[in-house]
Ligand binder design. Structure first.
Ligand SMILES: [Fe+2]
Length: 336
């Protein structure tokens, strides 16, 4: 095991700056060199009138042409957290610090890292190494901490099925946050915590979610508002229209409704239960599907000599590599 696996989010350069305050932001997870999805996500977020766009790191890996991602982020003023991949590429480390333990996972991680390292121009390494390991902002009155894996460790995997609510609440307390936003695992999820606190894994743009769909995901977070029931239905209906275009089932009856107890509501599309949710007092979270030219990405991956397994994932929506790290529940959603 590389001692790099102990890499922790101990730096907090943002702590000395005043945290910006927003009402509506977009938060992007791992990009994995998927510059095509990144462009689409940013365009989509702009259309939805977000005030700021954040990215939680892992800009390279998996996909082709890693240098194409950086100008897109900079030109669009995206605030970026340093992921394990960015730290490794930036500091010239021998591996990606991805946190895998299985030999097959590590084999493909090594292939991916070697390609990404060789294809990243030297000029970007200081920029990557200088990215902050966490950022802070406010959404409404909530204090939001943005990190890559967890606030305590950049390459920590926080899976929905294996992460306790008590642990997440402790992270919030220990790190003075009402909301923690992370990525790293590749699969989105959220959990409401006590005292209106919240944990959100925003998903990733780099590859699909191991569910047989080719789209990828990002998240929009919005400060609490006092929407009327009709406004709320309209929001859900618009989201349903967008998601039906991503080729999965749409049940028109499954639109969210406010409830007396005020718990978050769910918009169901086939097996997806995360599309829109609205806590009564907390931050509104919307997971947004992103369609992009995945066939072009797969073709470029092949022309760059990346493993055919990577392109297969892009085309099928099923993970073919880095599977051994998945807990049983998350793995059963996939084909392999
Ligand atoms: Fe990561």
């Amino acid at each position: 095991m590389s001692d790099a696996l102990q890499f922790k989010t101990t730096e907090s350069p943002s702590a000395t700056r005043a945290a910006p305050s927003h009402r509506r932001v977009a938060v992007l997870g791992g990009v994995y060199s998927n510059y095509l999805a990144l462009e689409e996500a940013i365009k989509d977020a702009r259309r939805r009138n977000v005030e700021a766009i954040y990215c939680l790191g892992d800009l390279g890996a998996f996909g082709p042409h890693p240098d194409r991602v950086f100008p897109i982020l900079i030109d669009n003023d995206v605030q970026v957290v340093r992921g394990n991949y960015d730290d490794s590429i930036g500091r010239g480390l021998p591996d990606c610090q991805c946190g895998y333990t299985d030999p097959r996972d590590n084999h493909f991680a090594a292939v991916s890292y070697r390609y990404t390292y060789q294809q990243t121009n030297e000029r970007w390494r200081p920029w990557l190494a200088g990215l902050p390991t966490e950022l802070r902002m406010k959404i409404g009155e909530s204090r939001v901490l943005l990190c890559h894996g967890s606030p305590r460790k950049t390459n920590e995997f926080l899976w929905e099925s294996t992460t306790s609510t008590q642990f997440l609440e402790r992270l919030c307390r220990d790190h003075d946050a009402d909301v923690i936003l992370a990525t790293h695992t590749g699969i989105k999820w959220r959990r409401d915590l006590d005292d209106d606190r919240l944990f959100v894994n925003v998903g990733v743009l780099g590859r699909p979610e191991n569910d047989g769909r080719t789209n990828v995901w990002y998240a929009i977070l919005e400060a609490p508002s006092h929407r009327t029931t009709n406004e709320y239905k309209h929001l859900a209906t618009e989201s349903a229209k967008r998601q039906s275009a991503t080729s999965f089932a749409n049940n028109a009856n499954d639109v969210p409704q406010p409830t007396e107890r005020g718990s978050h509501e769910v918009l169901k599309h086939g097996t997806d239960k995360y599309a829109v949710s609205q806590p009564a007092k907390g931050i509104h979270v919307e997971f947004v599907p992103v369609s992009y030219d995945h066939e072009r990405l797969a073709a470029e991956m092949r022309s760059e000599g990346l493993p055919s397994e990577f392109a297969d994932t892009i085309l099928s929506g099923h993970w073919t590599t880095c599977l051994e790290i998945l807990p049983g529940k998350e793995r059963r959603r996939g084909r392999f």
